[in-house]
Ligand binder design. Sequence first.
Ligand SMILES: [Zn+2]
Length: 100
Amino acid sequence: MKCNICNDTGWYELPNHRLECMERIQCMDCLLQQQYKDTLKEDLTKLFSNASHQKLAQIVAELVINSVDRNEHDDLDRINTIIQTKNMISAIQLGVVYSQ
Ligand SMILES: [Zn+2]
């Protein structure tokens, strides 16, 4: 859902009548939401650290495949190439990009 205060930019402008200029204000709603998400990520990471590597690899693979499939600008064949060439670095990069 888009923030109706800052339009997802994290900042908004407010007139400062004393200085007669526009003031850039950080959006507290978005900042708190980001902090909440960061806390959840940390806590979920701790929880996941008890799971098996096999299970985690399976979850990441499914997340990546489903994300690539949903992205009309990406291509599943790209993943196939990465698998065939056993390109671990590209596979990790792909996971990192889609985790953003
Ligand atoms: Zn906002």
